[in-house]
Each structure stands twice: as C-alpha cells, then as structure tokens.
Design a protein around this ligand. Structure first.
Ligand code: FES
Length: 185
C-alpha cells in the first residue's frame, strides 16, 4: 500500500467565530461524559462521537476545541480522530451510502454497483454531492456475505443487489422520515 501524503503545512484551515463546543454542549459533557471516565483521555472517544453527532462531522476547529476542553494536546486528539474510520474529518452528506467492497461482495458484482451509484450521483467514492445530500463510501465486510453484494443506506442494509436495484434503493424514504429525501429525475 502506498502512503498518501498531503500538504498539511500549506493546508488552509477553516475557522468560524462561533465555537463548535458551545457552553451548553460543554455543560452536557461535564455532567454526562466526564464523570464516567477516570481520565480525560478516556473521555475522548465519546466526546468525539458526541461532537460529531451534533455537527455531522469533526471540523479541525472542533478538534482543537475538544483538545482544549479535555486538556489534551491537539496531536492526541487529531491522532485519535484520524485513526478511526467512524470519525468524519470531512463534511458528510445528510445521507450515507456504504457499499461493501470485501471479497464476497466484490466477487458478486460490487464494482458495477459502485460504478452505477457513482454515475447516478455524479460523485466518486469518498465524495459528497454538491447539495450536501449524499456521501458515497466503500467499506469492508458488513457481515452479510451470504446475501452479497450488499450496501448500507443510512442504517438500512440492502442485500442481493444488482446495479439497477442499488440505484433504485436511493429513492426510498430515509428511515424515520415522513418525507422522501431520495433522488428524483
Ligand atoms: S464481503 Fe460483503 S458483507 Fe461480507
């Protein structure tokens, strides 16, 4: 595997005046998260989760604010957040498509499914549509190899897919929604 390097030194970091960790959020973390852990390092993962849940992803500024809040170094927070795939360090769409790319699914036609979704949305794997609606990722085994190929759309598993079926599933209503956020046209 080749290392992918990026120009961190020349990277522009977005900053906004309103903090991501509002006083209300911090008060909630003090009462609900911190008492459950002996060290602030122990509280880091749930704090990252909570901030991501609040904002949909983890902007760099939010990571700095978390470091400050937990009295950790920025490096400790960034190392942790970038280690786990569950943390989003780039903006994520309102809805997430996760296509399984592991061996059983790959063997049963996953590459064509990914291609069909890419063509339908006009984005590549790892990208988000311009309207902020959809993000497409590929993930490792979803534990449903017997019904390969599969994908998750938000929390819902879709099995025995064909490329046409996969694209059609994007028009289904999101779980828990009264109105469709699907694709039309
Ligand atoms: S390989 Fe796709 S679910 Fe296991």
């Amino acid at each position: 595997m080749a290392w992918i390097t990026k120009n961190s030194a020349g990277m522009k970091i977005e900053k906004r005046s309103e903090p991501y960790l509002s006083e209300t959020l911090k008060a909630r973390f003090r009462s609900e998260i911190l008492p459950r852990y002996e060290t602030s390092m122990g509280a880091l993962l749930p704090t990252l989760h909570a901030v991501q849940h609040e904002h949909g992803w983890l902007p760099h500024q939010a990571l700095m604010e978390i470091a400050d809040f937990l009295s950790l170094t920025p490096a400790e927070v960034i190392d942790t957040a970038s280690f786990y795939e569950e943390y989003w360090l780039r903006p994520k769409g309102k809805r997430l498509i996760a296509v399984c790319r592991s061996i059983a699914c790959e063997f049963c036609g996953q590459p064509e499914i990914t291609e069909a979704i890419k063509a339908r949305l006009g984005i590549d794997v790892g990208e988000t549509t311009d309207d902020g609606e959809w993000t497409l990722v590929e993930v490792e085994c979803l534990g449903s190899c017997d019904s390969a190929p599969v994908m998750l759309v938000d929390e819902k598993l879709h099995e025995w897919l064909t490329p046409a079926e996969a694209v059609k599933r994007l028009d289904e209503k999101p779980i828990g929604s009264a109105s469709s956020h699907g694709l039309h046209g």
